[in-house]
Design a protein around this ligand. Structure first.
Ligand SMILES: Nc1nc2c(ncn2[C@@H]2O[C@H](COP(=O)(O)OP(=O)(O)OP(=O)(O)O)[C@@H](O)[C@H]2O)c(=O)[nH]1
Length: 565
């Protein structure tokens, strides 16, 4: 894979990971902030409720405790048949009735089961004894349950159907040391409390009150309330735990309750799922009424993910811009110069003879790389050029050598054959005329035999020099073989051939350079035959004609020139 798609893939993965990380982080931070805010909210809410809405209940509970603490009441409960004590107790009850908000009270004695009561209308003045409770009467179960549970205080919520209100019954144990003498208390209209505390209309926030068994005492939804829970078996109660479908969350809540109970005023928080809705829950224990309050925050409502949309959009736009900038920079500083470098290398490889042009403005490592490459390319091209020149020179020299006679320096038979072929083509194509003079030293064998091979060679070289001197630069001369020479002359003049042939014969005959052992010139002659080529002559016939003329010169006495006709 090329660098470009690789980088593209890598940066896309990086950006996706960063985006996902950012998203998770934002969520975590938001949840953390939310949790922190929620805890503060719970604490503030509880304090507010205590002073504002819980206060009447707390007052009533305190009053009920004082009622149960009354020495007068206690003394009578110890001796219920004592008329004096009973009269004092009834007066005490009447006192407390005026103080209770509901202006009603009840006193139930354990031993006898006698139940005393008077209400706001003072309906039972003088007839405070109402009836006797019986353990086997289901309506009286509450009394025996409270005593069995041995909890000092018990709040029991029950709708008062005739009045059309929800009543909170405050039951307090009447004690004599460890001994339980009875249960006393009062009732309280809870309707206002429910309206103020539970039915608050703030979206996404709701709360419930439940007792130590989890039985729901106050809820916005009346169907959730476990009315008269004191009289019910545990399995029949409507509890907060029943609202939780996840066993783990149930266990977490169960573990949290003792913690908050031992630290009144402290809020315990956890996440709970109720009816598939996820909540952040704050639990607090209210020692004054022995209830727990749980406040449920709907995170989706209070902190919908759409809150972060703008963050995500802005982050996404920034990430995309970063990607774009990164790619522009990558292209400009790395990929484009590399592509140019690659093209330059392939141009060089394919044999281009000029140094490829590369951008000079690039800086840094890539810029240095380009400049080094350009210098290297220039050096390589120069070396290559020099090498090619040398090879050409050597080839030409070799070519010349293969066409040159080593002894005389004239063309050899191969070289002359090539020239003959070229001239013959010119003659045929353009009508450029040429002539041949064929030379052969006379009795050369005798010179070799008589004076030695070296003198023979000297004779050959001297003859070659004479030929070269006589000829014009554009004529060609060759040693055709042994003691034979062939001269190619560009001319259409037979007379010129004749003159040249004769002049060569005379010059060789007059030479003084080839010497014998006594340093005396050796007599040297040659015979020559010439032929002026005609348009339609074949090369063979031209050669044959010149050879024939030479033969005639030899036959007729040597040392002279003959031309073929
Ligand atoms: N020294 C020397 N002799 C050569 C060389 N090449 C050929 N020869 C000799 O040249 C002689 C050529 O003789 P021919 O051309 O046959 O005859 P000739 O003696 O010249 O007689 P005519 O041509 O009839 O005059 C031979 O004896 C060859 O050995 C060479 O390179 N150097």
């Amino acid at each position: 894979m090329n660098l470009r798609p690789r980088f593209l893939l890598l940066t896309t993965i990086l950006i996706a990971l960063t985006g996902a990380g950012l998203w998770l982080l934002t969520q975590q931070i938001a949840l953390g902030v939310m949790q922190e805010w929620a805890l503060r909210h719970f604490e503030t809410q509880v304090k507010l409720e205590k002073t504002r809405t819980l206060q009447p209940i707390i007052r009533e509970v305190t009053l009920a405790r004082q009622f149960a603490d009354s020495q007068v009441l206690r003394a009578w409960a110890r001796a219920p048949d004592d008329k004096t004590l009973k009269a004092q107790a009834l007066a005490e009850m009447e006192n407390f009735r005026h103080n209770f908000a509901d202006q009603s009270y009840f006193v139930a004695l354990r031993e006898s089961g006698d139940y005393y009561h008077n209400n706001a209308n003072n309906e039972f003045a003088g007839a405070e004894y109402r009836y006797t409770l019986h353990a086997d009467n289901p309506n009286d179960r509450w009394f025996y349950s409270i005593i069995e549970q041995n909890r000092d205080i018990h709040l029991n919520v029950n709708p008062d159907i005739p009045l059309g209100v929800t009543k909170l019954w405050i039951d307090v144990l009447l004690r004599d040391g460890d001994k339980i003498l009875g249960v006393v208390g009062s009732g309280l209209d809870l309707t206002t409390f429910i309206e103020q505390v539970v039915s608050q209309t703030e979206a996404g926030i709701s709360n419930l009150f439940f007792d130590h068994e989890g039985a729901i005492q106050v809820s916005r939804d009346p169907s959730q309330i476990d009315f008269a829970s004191i009289t019910k078996q545990a399995r029949d109660k409507k509890t907060i735990q029943q609202l939780l479908s996840d066993p783990l969350e149930r266990a977490q809540l169960q573990a949290l309750l003792p913690q908050v109970m031992h630290n009144p005023g402290e809020v315990g928080s956890l996440y709970l799922t109720i009816d598939q809705q996820r909540y952040l829950a704050g639990v607090i224990y209210l020692p004054e009424i022995d209830w727990y309050e749980i406040t449920l925050l709907e995170l989706d409502t209070l902190l919908p993910l759409s809150t972060f949309n703008s963050i995500f959009v802005v982050s996404g736009v920034f990430l995309l811009l970063a990607l774009l900038l990164f790619h522009l920079a990558l292209n400009r500083y790395i990929l484009n110069p590399l592509a140019l470098l690659e093209r330059a290398i392939s141009q060089l490889r394919s044999g281009q003879h000029t140094v490829p042009l590369l951008p000079r403005h690039s800086s840094g490592e890539v810029g240095r790389l380009l400049r080094h490459f350009q210098e290297m390319a220039a050096a390589t091209l120069l070396t290559r050029k020099q090498l090619e020149q040398k090879v050409q020179e050597r080839t030409e020299a070799l070519e010349r050598l293969t066409q040159t006679d080593a002894l005389t320096g004239l063309l050899n038979r191969r070289g002359m054959t090539q020239q003959l072929s070229l001239e013959h083509q010119r003659l045929q194509r353009e009508g450029e005329p040429f002539g041949l003079i064929w030379l052969d030293l006379d009795h050369f064998k005798g010179i070799n035999d008589r004076y030695g091979h070296a003198s023979g060679d000297q004779a050959l070289m001297t003859t070659a020099n004479i030929i070269t001197d006589v000829l014009r630069p554009y004529d060609h001369a060759a040693r055709w073989g042994g003691d034979e020479f062939l001269i190619l002359i560009r001319t259409d003049d037979q007379q010129l051939l004749d003159q040249l042939g004769e002049r060569l014969c005379q010059a060789v005959a007059a030479q003084q350079e080839v010497l014998d052992q006594q340093q005396q010139p050796i007599a040297l002659t040659l015979s020559a035959g010439s032929y002026l080529a005609r348009n339609h002559d074949s090369l063979e016939s031209i050669l044959a004609a010149a050879d024939q003329a030479l033969y005639q010169a030899k036959r007729h006495g040597r040392n002279h020139h003959r031309s073929a006709t």
